[in-house]
Ligand binder design. Structure first.
Ligand code: MN
Ligand code: MN
Length: 468
C-alpha cells in the first residue's frame, strides 16, 4: 500500500467525521491517564457516600490552598475558597481576574450513588436471624445487590445531639453484610417472573447477625439483642437512635483495574465520582483564570436532585450571589452570563446489549469524554437540550485543546432514558451541556470506565476553566 493519500481519501478526511478512538492517543497520553487514575481510585475507595466525598474534597482543597468561604471577606484574583453544604455537597471556587462580572464557569458533578439505605426502624429478628429492613436509594436492578458483600456507612445522631460516624465492613479483617438470594434449586417460580417482580424492594433485607445474646434471662429476640449490644458497645447507640440516622449499605469491594491491559477500572460509584474527581482536580489545578471557576459537587442527583443538598436547592445560586456582591454586580446578572459543564456519566455502548443502543449516536469506551446535548426520554422530555451555539463553543474548545471527545445519546429512542442536573442549571438561565465519562454496567454495584476517558474528562474541565 502506498503511503500517499489519493484524492478520495483526502476528500473523505476533509468531509467525513470518523472518530479514530484510542488509536489516536499517544504513549504519553496513555501514561498520563494511567497515573491520573491512581488518584481517582484512591478518591473512589474513600468516598462511597456523599459525606465521605465531601470530607475527602475538603482535605484535598485545604492542601491546595483553599480556605473556607466567608461572605463578609473580600477576595481577590487567585484566591481559592470552598463552601460546604450540610456536609453533603461542596462548592470550590478559584477567583478569576474578572470575578463573576462576565459570569462564572461551572463544572457540576454529583457525589451520591445508587445504594441501599436503612429504613428508620431497620433491625428485626426472624427465625433466629437478625436483619435490616431497607429502602433502596436511586435506580437499582435489585437482583444485582444480592449475594455480594456489603459495608455500612453513615451517621447516627443520638438523643443528646451528638453525631456518631459509622463505618463497618471495609477492612479485610472486618465482618460485612449481605442480602440473601434464593437457591436455583428452589427458584423455579422466581425465575419465570418478570425481573421487576422476581426481586422486590421489600426483599432487600440485609443479614446482620445470627448468634443469641448470652446470659439472658428471657428468651425473646436474643439475636437482635446481641446485635444491638455490639452496636451499643462500638458506637454507644440504642435502637431508638436509628430513627435519627442516615445509614447506607454499599458494596465492600475496592476499585480494581480491569482487563489484561489494565485499561479500565471496575468499582462502585463511578456514577458520578468519575466526573466529580476530574472536576475537583481541575479546580485544584486551575490558576490565573479570567472568570471565577467553580466546581460544585452536589448530592441527591440519583433521587431527582430534590432537597436542600440537591441541585434544585438555592445553595449554589446564593454562593454565586455572594461572589457577585463582592464584584459589585447583581447576582442574577452574574448567573445569566455563567456557563456550565454538567459533569455526569453516560451509558457506554455495550456489544452484549447492542440492541439497547443506536450505535451512530452512542458513546464508546476509550472514545474520550462524552458530550450529551440532551438526555431525557421519549421525545426529549425532561431535559435542557443545549443550544447549537453552546454545543459549538464547547466542541471548539475541546478541538482546540486536542481533547479526545465523542457525542452520546442515552440509548435507543423510546427505550427508556434518564436525566442529569443540567436542566436545573439551565433553569437558572445558565448555558449548560452534559459532559462526562462513558460507563459500562451503570448503576450496578461494580461499574466500569476507561482510564483514558477519565483523563480526558479532567483535561476538558481544566481547559474549560482556563479559557480566555
Ligand atoms: Mn449520574
Ligand atoms: Mn445515575
Amino acid at each position: 500500500m502506498s503511503e500517499e493519500k489519493n484524492a478520495t481519501q483526502e476528500l473523505r478526511e476533509k468531509l467525513l467525521n470518523e472518530p479514530k478512538g484510542a488509536k489516536a492517543l499517544s504513549a504519553e497520553e496513555f501514561e498520563a491517564a494511567d497515573a491520573f487514575c491512581e488518584g481517582y481510585k484512591a478518591f473512589l475507595n474513600a468516598s462511597p457516600v456523599e459525606r465521605e466525598a465531601v470530607k475527602y474534597t475538603v482535605d484535598a482543597a485545604k492542601k491546595a490552598g483553599f480556605v473556607p468561604f466567608d461572605p463578609e471577606k473580600e477576595y481577590k484574583s487567585g484566591d481559592r475558597v470552598f463552601l460546604v453544604n450540610r456536609d453533603k455537597a461542596i462548592a470550590l471556587a478559584v477567583i478569576g481576574k474578572n470575578g463573576v462580572k462576565n459570569g462564572a464557569r461551572l463544572a457540576i458533578a454529583h457525589i451520591d450513588s445508587p445504594r441501599i439505605d436503612l429504613k428508620p426502624n431497620p433491625l428485626y429478628e426472624a427465625n433466629n436471624l437478625a436483619l435490616f429492613k431497607t429502602h433502596y436509594y436511586g435506580g437499582l436492578k435489585k437482583y444485582q445487590w444480592t449475594a455480594i458483600p456489603l459495608t455500612l456507612h453513615g451517621v447516627v445522631v443520638k438523643l443528646d445531639g451528638t453525631r456518631v460516624d459509622v463505618k463497618w465492613g471495609d477492612e479485610d479483617n472486618e465482618s460485612c453484610f449481605c442480602v440473601t438470594d434464593l437457591l436455583p434449586h428452589l427458584a423455579q417460580e422466581q425465575v419465570t417472573k418478570p425481573m421487576s417482580k422476581a426481586f422486590t424492594g421489600e426483599d432487600l433485607n440485609v443479614l446482620v447477625g445470627s448468634r443469641p445474646y448470652a446470659d439472658a434471662e428471657d428468651e425473646k429476640e436474643l439475636v437482635k439483642l446481641n446485635v444491638m449490644s455490639i452496636l451499643n458497645e462500638k458506637y454507644g447507640i440504642t435502637e431508638g437512635d436509628f430513627l435519627s440516622a442516615e445509614l447506607c449499605l454499599v458494596p465492600s469491594f475496592k476499585a480494581k483495574d480491569i482487563g489484561f491491559d489494565r485499561s479500565m477500572i471496575g468499582g462502585y460509584g463511578h456514577d458520578d465520582k468519575v466526573c466529580a474527581y476530574p472536576a475537583l482536580m481541575a479546580a485544584l489545578d486551575a490558576e490565573d483564570v479570567n472568570s471565577t471557576c467553580i466546581t460544585y459537587l452536589t448530592d441527591k442527583e440519583e433521587i431527582g436532585s430534590d432537597g436542600n443538598t440537591g441541585m434544585q436547592s438555592d445553595f449554589l445560586r446564593y454562593f454565586i450571589y455572594d461572589l457577585a456582591k463582592q464584584d459589585g454586580v447583581e447576582g442574577y446578572r452574574a448567573m445569566s452570563k455563567s456557563t456550565c459543564l454538567s459533569a455526569d456519566v453516560n451509558a457506554a455502548f455495550d456489544p452484549t446489549y447492542a440492541s439497547a443502543f443506536e450505535a451512530k449516536n452512542s458513546c464508546f469506551i476509550n472514545g474520550g469524554v462524552v458530550i450529551s446535548k440532551y438526555t431525557g426520554h421519549g421525545g426529549k422530555y425532561d431535559t435542557s437540550d443545549a443550544s447549537a451555539e453552546y454545543m459549538g463553543a464547547v466542541r471548539s474548545m475541546l478541538e482546540k485543546n486536542n481533547i479526545q471527545w465523542q457525542i452520546g445519546e442515552l440509548g435507543r429512542v423510546d427505550l427508556g432514558g434518564g436525566g442529569t442536573i443540567a436542566k436545573y442549571v439551565a433553569n437558572m438561565n445558565v448555558d449548560v451541556i452534559d459532559l462526562g465519562v462513558p460507563v459500562l454496567s451503570m448503576h450496578a454495584p461494580f461499574e466500569i470506565v476507561s482510564k483514558t476517558d477519565v483523563f480526558m474528562a479532567y483535561r476538558a474541565f481544566y481547559e474549560f476553566f482556563m479559557q480566555q
